[in-house]
Design a protein around this ligand. Structure first.
Ligand SMILES: Nc1ncnc2c1ncn2[C@@H]1O[C@H](COP(=O)(O)OP(=O)(O)OP(=O)(O)O)[C@@H](O)[C@H]1O
Ligand SMILES: N[C@@H](CCO)C(=O)O
Length: 291
């Protein structure tokens, strides 16, 4: 029997659609695997009732198949599904690490990124790796084709999760299919600024680099209270705010001493918009580990 923990993640960071991601120090999923002749799954924890136990509908089923590693897989969800916090990816990353160990497959965590991404195809239709990469590797990650670049970063974050669900599949449908040259130039400048900020663990540069004229405005419309919550975070000291992953969570970057105030203001602004929410005061964290 092998147990692995894999963290929640926040993908895109505004300017890095399908490219950037960070591991969050918390929350996380825990996955335990035991050898079996065929794969079966049970799910407990946050939002378990919304997650299929059929291996064909669960991200971990695709991972077991890709590794040719049938197992009984128990998932304890710390990351609520349809949250924008890489819930489906956290299970896939933990399962990939645990099954690799259980069957002694010998893959490195970096090699497991493409395996875990197969799980994402099950839920969103695309094997995007921008959540599974940071969940497996930790830190700040950049996806380019099949390549992953990883950077250590120490940046404080607040992830604010409202009590509504937005599915990644739906949120991908509102993404524009093309962009103007002006938006392209702005996005490249922002993405480069964000990357420099991560390399320096500089919340001001990271926050400024999160601005995104293309994907975020379209997705903000799916999140009740988005603009008020974003304003509240900036008013209390956030250096940048954007949609986390496909939403509905919002991600704020700040200096460590502002984290509590930013978290409180975001929850309060969601409440004023009639939406319950909780905030995780967190930071860029490490990747999946065997327990
Ligand atoms: N192991 C799993 N954990 C969580 N959700 C799963 C899992 N397997 C399948 N799903 C399904 O995936 C969907 C949630 O994934 P989705 O990508 O929409 O949300 P998310 O992972 O929280 O968000 P994001 O990718 O934007 O960060 C739900 O429909 C859920 O039933
Ligand atoms: N890059 C993906 C991440 C989903 O978590 C998207 O934004 O659709």
């Amino acid at each position: 029997m092998v147990t692995a923990r894999a963290p929640a993640t926040s993908a895109n960071l505004g300017s890095g659609y399908d490219t950037f991601g960070v591991a969050l120090e918390r929350p996380a999923d825990t996955v335990t695997v035991e050898r079996a002749s065929e794969t079966s799954i049970d799910v407990t924890g946050a939002g378990a009732q919304y997650i299929p136990e059929d291996p064909d509908g669960n991200t971990v089923g695709a991972v077991a198949e890709a590794l040719e590693a049938p197992a009984h897989i128990s998932i304890d969800k710390g990351v609520r599904p349809a949250s924008g916090l890489g819930s489906s990816a956290a299970s896939a990353a933990a399962a990939a690490l645990a099954l690799n160990e259980l069957y002694d497959r010998g893959h490195t965590p970096k090699e497991l990124v493409s395996v875990a991404a197969k799980g994402e195809a099950v839920v969103s239709g695309t094997a995007h790796a921008d959540n599974v990469a940071p969940s497996l590797l930790g830190g700040f990650t950049i996806i380019r084709g099949d390549d992953v670049t990883r950077v250590d970063a120490d940046v404080s974050l607040v992830a604010c999760l409202p009590e509504v669900a937005v599915s990644t599949r739906d949120a991908r449908e509102v993404v524009p299919e093309s962009l103007s040259m002006a938006d392209h130039v702005e996005t490249v400048g922002n993405a480069a600024t964000l990357t420099a900020g991560m390399c320096r663990s500089d919340p001001t540069l990271v926050g400024e680099g999160m601005d995104d004229p293309v994907v975020t405005p379209a997705r903000a419309e799916l999140i009740t209270g988005y603009h008020a919550v974003r304003d509240a975070a900036f008013d209390t000291g956030a250096t940048g705010v954007t949609v986390s992953g496909a939403g509905p969570s919002l991600l704020a970057v700040c200096y460590p001493e502002k984290r509590r105030a930013v978290a409180g203001a975001m929850v309060e602004a969601f409440a004023d918009a009639g939406v319950g929410a909780r905030a995780y005061q967190t930071r860029v964290g490490r990747g999946a580990t065997i327990l």
